[in-house]
Design a protein around this ligand. Structure first.
Ligand code: NAD
Length: 262
């Protein structure tokens, strides 16, 4: 059964085959969606274009989401190409590497601004740019991390950005409700991607994750893709403003103790 047949989905945030956006892309493709990509800029073109070609996707547009004119350009191009859009996926995050280590209080004013702008505000900016071309029954989706709700050492300003992103999901869900467009986030457990590599200590945390998580299983980009299909399909027709965890249950723990050492 194909859950996204007849739907057009634009995916922002594809960098390479390890990207969460690629897991979502593959799942959307399997479920029959018509796809379009937007990526950060020229430096990624040689990686993103072959991935798009492998699925026969021809809408592949650069867009630095920190620039309003680039967002406007890609929205105009989407309108010209597709007319209307059903699904918009925001799988984008960025903070300077020096902000992702040591005490949070060392965060610079500019580092704070940049992380919040690219990782949180851009979702709202994209929602606004695409608002008038989203079909009823459509969905907006972003990717967050539990570091927005709890302290994850070194995640620092990205945690603050994720908190803002999650609050944006709820406000946008309210705004888009009357046009029957849903807005949700997936809170993903740790996955080894380019973005994750920038967080100090990520490797150690990732290695230990399955010792603590109730399901004792690593999170894959395919896991995120499957939940993304559900949230963006009519199966989730009455779900909006939610943060859905795909983390092998890690977030339910109050006292994380490795299995066997209880
Ligand atoms: P990734 O590095 O593959 O993806 C991050 C994307 O953000 C890249 O495609 C990058 O080009 C894009 N980006 C950065 N700055 C941009 C800008 N100015 N304009 C446009 N695009 C820009 O890593 P990922 O792990 O797939 O990250 C995707 C999302 O998932 C991020 O929001 C990240 O915080 C979130 N997330 C990741 C994990 C994890 O463990 N990997 C866990 C939870 C949430």
């Amino acid at each position: 059964m194909k859950l996204l047949e007849g739907k057009t989905a634009l995916i922002f945030g594809l960098a390479n085959k390890r990207s969460i956006a690629w897991g979502i892309t593959q799942a959307f493709h399997q479920h029959g969606a018509q796809l379009g990509f937007s990526y950060a800029g020229e430096a990624l073109e040689h990686r993103v274009k072959p991935l798009a070609e492998s699925l026969g996707v021809t809408f592949v547009e650069p867009c630095d989401v920190s620039k309003d004119d680039e967002i406007e350009r890609v929205a105009a191009k989407a309108r010209e190409t597709f007319g209307e859009v059903d699904i918009l996926v925001h799988s984008i995050g960025f903070a300077n590497r020096e902000e992702l280590q040591g005490p949070y209080y060392n965060t610079s004013r500019e580092g704070f601004r940049l992380a919040l702008d690219i990782s949180a505000y851009s979702f709202t900016a994209l929602a606004k740019a695409f608002q008038s071309m989203l079909r009823p029954g459509g969905a907006l989706l972003t990717i967050t991390y539990n570091g927005g709700e709890r302290v994850a050492p070194n995640y620092n300003v990205m945690g603050v950005a994720k908190a803002a992103l999650e609050a944006s999901v709820r406000y946008l869900a309210y705004d888009f409700g009357p046009q029957n467009v849903r807005v949700n986030a997936i809170s993903a457990g740790p996955i080894r991607t380019l973005a994750a590599a920038g967080v100090a200590g990520f490797k150690v945390m990732h290695r230990q994750f399955t010792d603590y998580a109730p399901l004792q299983q690593e999170i894959t980009i395919e896991d995120i893709g499957n939940t993304a299909v559900y949230l963006c399909s009519d199966l989730a027709a009455k779900t909006t403003g939610e943060i859905v965890f795909v983390d092998s249950g890690y977030n339910i723990l109050g006292v994380p103790i490795p299995r066997g050492k209880e």
